[in-house]
Design a protein around this ligand. Structure first.
Ligand SMILES: [Zn+2]
Length: 347
């Protein structure tokens, strides 16, 4: 009976995961992940896979919970390599569990959803995030977790803030976690919290496609896959926020450190010369965005995300950017290099 019930919940979770994965306001590219605990086994989304594929493909990996939690508690670096805790006999596709597996293992509830909700991120990059969230989530059992690199550092940050009864986590410069005993309960909580955190984006003008096409010329650059990505360059406030640096980890993973904004009169070649390299994306203020020809689907998804996030940030807010060291630890991180490799292979 218990096994049957777990199988039903896992099927329900895959269906919910696919829905979450298809909503660019909740997840982008290989970001975000979902899990179900069945006894001592955690079924968690595989690293580098996309939640939107949760029904079409088997993207869930089984992980042994007790040894992973022991490793977190003992600050054992092994906890940063969750693939070491995968139950290989059940891991048919030999995928690696998500780099955020420890986040899910630490939550006591059976079902955990972690999303890169753009409304949440837009608040989570503001220096006054905690006060802003407190106003909106009054009455809910939530906890604020200061920014740490995903993996063992984030797990330790969560462990420090977790109290009994907490089922909502706001991860600074990162995203949202909700947890419940059932898939239906987790979905209801996700809808409730994202509804409370929702705020309207600033209106933005259309991209100047004629000017952008002229800039493309023979540079090998192209228009973004999603027309909504242009807003980060068109809206002056969004462009200012983007130019300040990296706001959350997946931006660094898929687009590199910060955003490259063309200066007055610069074309693609001039920008590339100034940077010493061809950036994955170039923002042309007032016109729109160009993507490098070989930019991955993940890079396109994250460029759209940047537009969605910055359009929601309070223009008067002070922003927290990732520090140079925080950027570097993401770029040089093995687990992320693996995820980028899978993404480059077609995600
Ligand atoms: Zn995340």
């Amino acid at each position: 009976m218990a096994i049957n019930a777990d199988a039903q919940e896992l099927a329900a979770l895959r269906s919910l995961s696919a829905n979450i994965g298809r909503d660019p306001h909740l997840t982008q590219a290989a970001g975000g992940n979902t899990s179900l605990k069945a006894g001592d086994t955690l079924w968690i989304k595989a690293s580098g896979t996309w939640l939107k594929d949760a029904l079409a493909e088997d993207i869930m990996v089984p992980v042994a919970i007790p040894p992973l939690l022991r490793a977190v508690e003992q600050r054992d670096p092994a906890a940063d390599q969750p693939q070491g805790f995968a139950i290989e006999a059940l891991n048919i596709r030999k995928l690696r569990p998500s780099i955020e597996t420890t986040v899910h293992a630490l939550m006591p509830q059976r079902v955990v959803l972690h999303v890169h909700c753009v409304d949440t991120i837009s608040l989570a990059v503001q220096a006054d995030c905690e006060a802003q969230i407190a106003k909106r989530l009054d009455g809910l059992e939530w906890a604020y977790v200061p920014y740490r690199r995903p993996g063992l550092p984030l797990a330790q940050g969560i462990a420090e803030r977790l109290r009994p009864g907490v089922d909502v986590l706001i991860l600074a410069n990162h995203g949202l976690v909700v947890a419940a005993e059932t898939v239906a309960g987790a979905e209801a909580l996700l809808r409730r919290v994202t509804g409370l955190l929702a705020r309207p984006p600033r209106e933005v003008a259309e991209p100047n496609l004629v000017a952008l096409t002229a800039l493309i010329g023979h540079t090998g650059y192209r228009l973004p896959a999603d027309v909504k990505a242009h807003a980060a360059a068109i809206d002056p406030e969004s462009c200012r926020m983007a130019s300040g640096g990296s706001l959350y980890p997946d931006h660094v993973i898929f687009l590199g450190k910060g955003s490259v904004v063309a200066r007055s009169g610069e074309d693609v070649m001039r920008v590339t010369e100034r940077c010493g390299t061809a950036p994955a994306a170039i923002l042309f203020p007032g016109l729109g965005v160009l993507m490098r020809g070989d930019a991955s689907p993940g890079a396109d998804a994250m460029q759209r995300c940047l537009a969605d996030v910055t359009a929601r940030v309070d223009v008067a807010a002070k922003l927290n950017y990732l520090t140079a060291a925080e950027n570097d630890e993401l770029i040089n991180w093995d687990a992320e290099q693996y995820r980028q490799k899978l993404n480059a292979a077609g995600g």
